[in-house]
Every structure is written in C-alpha cells, then in structure tokens.
Design a protein around this ligand. Structure first.
Ligand code: NAP
Length: 402
C-alpha cells in the first residue's frame, strides 16, 4: 500500500487525484489532505477517504473542520498553517506527495517533500518558476523522484526516457515542443482583448481547471510559466523550447530529435492521464479516461503563438533569459494581477502591462536562498499591488465620468 499526501485536495487537480486513487484502493491510501479554507469540500473528502491528517492553511477553517469532524464521530487529526502542510509532506509514513496547491503557497511543502526523498507528483508549476535551481537541488540531495504532472511536461517525460540529462544534445534531442491550446481568445483582435471580462476568461475551450490557471491559459502566461518549468525539469535552454499553438489539445507536447523524428504523447484532454502516470510510475495504471478516437478528432491544427497580442509568453522567455530572481518576480506579479482581474479591479490588458512594469522596477538578484526568494516574492506583490491601487482608482474615475 502506498500512502499519498494530496496538497490542494479540494482543487481541480486534487479532486482528480482522488478520483484516480478511488479506482485503485488496493494500491493507494490517502495519508493526508490539505486545503486553504474550503471546509465543506474538505469535510466530504475526509468522510469518504478517511485520511490520518487533514490540514487547512487557514487556522479558523481548521477549527471549523475539527468541530464538524468531531460532531460526525471522526478522529482525523486536523492541523493548520504552513507547518501543518510541511509536516504531512515530509512525514515518514508518506510515499508520494501530489503537489497541487495553486501558486507560490505550494513552494515550502513541496520543498519539504523533496528534502525527505518522496515521490513527488508536481502539478504546482509555480514552485519551479520561483525556485527552479534550489528545488532541483533539493530533489537531488533528498533523492526524491520527481514526476511532472502538467500535461505538457508529462508528455515530454514520456517521450524522452531515461532522464535527467546534463545536456539534451547528448541524447539527440533538438528541441522540446510545448503545445498550447491558445485559450478562448486565440482569434481575438487586440480591441476585443481589451473587452474581456473575468466570466469570459474563465471559460477554457478544452480543459476544466482552477480559476488562476484558466486565466493564465487565456493570456498565454500559463505557457510562459511552462517554458520556465521545462527549462528546469529537462535542463533545456530557452532556445531549445518552442511553443506551438494546437487548438485541439490532443497532442500534449513533443520532443524533436536530431534524426528528424518527433515523438508526441496524445490523449483526450483529461488530467487524470498524467495523474495516473505519476501515481503508477514506472507502471501504467488505469485512469478512467476515455481512449482517444483519432477518427472523431479527424483534424489536428498548429500555428505559431502571437506574442504581440499575448505578450505574457514573451515576458516569461525574457525573465528566463535574464535569470536570477526575475522569474520569481514575474510569478508573484502575475498571481496578484490575475487575482485583481478576477475581482474586476483591473482590465484584462492591464495584466501584461503590470507584469512588465514590475519586472522593470525590481532589480534582478542572484538566487541565494529560499528566504531571499520569499522576500522578493513579497516585494513584487507589494509593488504590483501599489500599481493596481492606482489603476483601480483610474478605472473608477473613468466609470464615474461615463
Ligand atoms: N487544473 C489543471 O488542469 C492543471 C493542469 C496543470 C497544472 N496545474 C497546476 O496545478 C496547481 C493546482 O491547480 P488547480 O487548477 O487544481 O487549482 P485550484 O482548483 O484553484 O485548486 C487550488 C488548491 O490549492 C489550495 N490553495 C489555494 N491557496 C492556498 C494557500 N494559500 N495555501 C494552501 N492551499 C491553498 C486550494 O484550497 P481551497 O479549495 O481551500 O481554496 C485548492 O485545494 C496549479 O499550480 C496549476 O498551475 C493545474
């Protein structure tokens, strides 16, 4: 029996992980579940999966969960805060940790899992964007097994056996080709992009995902974060990572070799496939995903991304090229800007503008420690928040004038 901790169990990836686990109760048991403050969903999950621990980041939510579990006669241990999440990630009884918290909040628990030598199923791409080198060092030192769950990186992992490599050229790899759906606004003009509302941005054409990653997909920031993620996971230089828009989201990514071969991984757009791959690795286990019908799909299309209409992708390439703390700044600024857009405080096109401004304003430093990165993350958040306050006032004035 393998014991699994699911960080972010109440989210989209967390729930799909539980779905796959429930198809294999002879192999996997839930050790711990964690969430931010969604007590209702956490309670249902505790009742159904009976973990040893449940952790709520929010202390008041943890208290409510504890009371409700007690009232229902459960003796599950309830912890709270970052310490609780770190404890259940590093616990000696745990074999595998699914890292599915959204954003920078996921960094410290997954780092603890890496240092403790766990099998890590990494969905939280922000960890690698913020702290790529430090996290990869922790994986190596802790002798952890790192399995990418982002569908693109999982596809590359499947098409490029025997990793990690020091140099992709040594194993005959020319390029990694990340596919992007292009999001719901692929065909929008700049003028139309200026009118995008949160409700529109939350409708992804192919994937069902949490709010932040859905908005990131629509701005192509998600692809930008994935470029940085691919750099760290596969030791790929920026010029070795190409992005191709593929609206059907059937080819999840590809690896191009020097002999002219391109190896791709295909499947229906359903995250249970990479989750099952990660859980079962190195074996294959069923995921509940319907096999892909190529005849039904019939047509696969590809086009180059347009970084003029979707500048976030280029900002990510640039931050990767600059290196140091630039990707951490980009990530923090993006989290704050997306949250502000979802609250209707800023316009859609303010997102890339705010990211660019923040990257210009904050000096780039060499990465030295996690504490330094957390400090930079806080500075970037404060910087973009200040700019948003001004932007919101401007927008409010315009609305009054109208
Ligand atoms: N969804 C996908 O298809 C997909 C695909 C590839 C990669 N990913 C990556 O996987 C991660 C999760 O994505 P998602 O779509 O599953 O997100 P989601 O649906 O928004 O779920 C986020 C999870 O993280 C928890 N959380 C949020 N803020 C937290 C905090 N400050 N401290 C502790 N926990 C916190 C949430 O708890 P509450 O419910 O209590 O708020 C929830 O359990 C992201 O990094 C995303 O980029 C997702």
């Amino acid at each position: 029996m393998q014991y699994v901790t699911i960080l972010g169990s109440t989210g989209t990836i967390g729930q799909q992980t539980l779905d796959v686990i429930s198809q294999h109760t002879d192999r996997y048991a839930v050790f711990a579940l964690t969430a931010h403050q969604n007590v209702d969903v956490m309670l249902q999950q505790c009742v159904r999966y009976q973990p040893q621990y449940a952790v709520m980041q929010d202390a008041e939510a943890a208290q409510r969960l504890h009371q409700r579990l007690q009232a229902e006669g459960f003796t599950i241990q309830v912890l709270s805060g970052m310490e609780g999440m770190i404890e259940v990630s590093a616990h000696e009884a745990v074999h595998a940790v699914m890292a599915a918290i959204v954003g920078a909040a996921g960094l410290l628990p997954v780092l603890a899992a890496a240092k403790s030598g766990k099998k890590i199923l990494l969905a939280n791409k922000e960890t690698l964007v913020m702290a790529g080198q430090l996290f990869m060092d922790a994986v190596k030192q802790g002798q952890a097994t790192l399995l990418p769950i982002d569908s693109e990186h999982n596809a590359i992992f499947q098409a490029m056996p025997g990793q990690p490599y020091d140099d992709l050229a040594e194993v005959g790899v020319n390029q990694i080709i990340l596919t992007a759906s292009g999001g719901p606004f692929r065909c929008y003009t700049k003028k139309q992009l200026g009118e995008v509302t949160p409700a529109l941005a939350l409708q992804h054409p192919n994937w069902v995902m949490g709010a932040k990653i859905t908005v990131d997909s629509s701005t192509l920031m998600n692809k930008g974060l994935e470029v940085i993620e691919a750099h760290w996971l596969f030791n790929a230089r920026p010029e070795q990572i190409e992005v191709v828009v593929h609206p059907q989201s059937v080819i999840h990514s590809m690896v191009s070799y020097v002999d002219g071969s391109i190896l791709a991984q295909l499947g229906n757009p359903d995250m249970r496939t990479p989750i099952a791959y990660g859980l079962g690795y190195p074996e294959r286990i069923a995921s509940g995903v319907k096999p892909l019908s190529l005849v039904e799909i019939a047509k696969l299309e590809f086009e180059a991304p347009d970084t003029d209409r979707f500048p976030c992708l280029q900002l990510a390439y640039d931050a990767l090229a600059v290196g140091g703390t630039a990707p951490a700044v980009l990530n923090a600024a993006n989290e704050v800007a997306v949250a502000a857009f979802l609250r209707d405080d800023i316009h859609y096109l303010d997102i890339p503008r705010l990211l660019d401004d923040t990257l210009q304003k904050l000096p780039v430093e060499k990465v030295t420690s996690i504490d330094q990165l957390l400090e930079i993350d806080a500075q970037a958040r404060a910087c973009v928040q200040k700019a948003i306050s001004k932007t919101s006032i401007t927008h409010a004035c315009k609305a009054v004038a109208l």
